[in-house]
Design a binder for this molecule. Structure first.
Ligand code: ADP
Length: 142
């Protein structure tokens, strides 16, 4: 059975992230969403729960949290492929570098999916800013 890791901060998990999960499921049998947690300041349950709720009826999707290197997590879980999304050139350069490092560390391959055009301007950081200034961000959440 083919399995892919989708790691990220997902703070918050947006329609853009959900789109990557949906499309990854057309290529892989299972997707493991791995929420990167900063143990010092983050409430793990608060980060994982809404995403887990979203996929509670889909046994092809698992949601976990982690606080180690993504490469080490792949080795631990014996997952050989990572999926990430690319919105623009800035994402591309970052993803290229991470993919290279992760491959060198544990031999894991990274598959990049181009963001769907209608979602390519959506970012968690912009949503955090909108939310901070009192705007309703629910239209951007799955
Ligand atoms: P990180 O902090 O690890 O970059 P994010 O939660 O910001 O985590 O993003 C996780 C992954 O999802 C990244 O590969 C990012 O490029 C991708 N992504 C974020 N927003 C979108 C979007 N709107 N469409 C497609 N991919 C996206």
């Amino acid at each position: 059975m083919s399995k892919v890791l989708f790691p990220g901060s997902f703070n918050p998990f947006t329609k853009g992230h959900a789109d990557i999960v949906k499309r990854a499921l057309e290529i892989f049998d299972k997707v493991v969403i791995a929420v990167g947690i900063n143990e010092q300041k983050s409430d793990t349950l608060a980060a994982v729960k809404p995403i887990a709720d979203l996929y509670r009826n889909d046994d092809r999707v698992t949601v976990i949290s982690y606080s180690c290197l993504t490469a080490d997590l792949c080795a631990q879980l014996q997952i050989r492929t990572i999926v990430r999304g690319v919105r623009d050139v800035k994402d591309y350069e970052y993803e290229r570098q991470m993919a290279d490092v992760n491959h060198q560390l544990v031999g894991v391959e990274t598959i990049l999916l181009f963001a769907s055009p209608q979602l390519s301007s959506l970012s968690s950081s912009v949503l955090r800013e909108l939310s901070h200034f009192g705007k309703d961000i629910t239209p951007f959440l799955p």
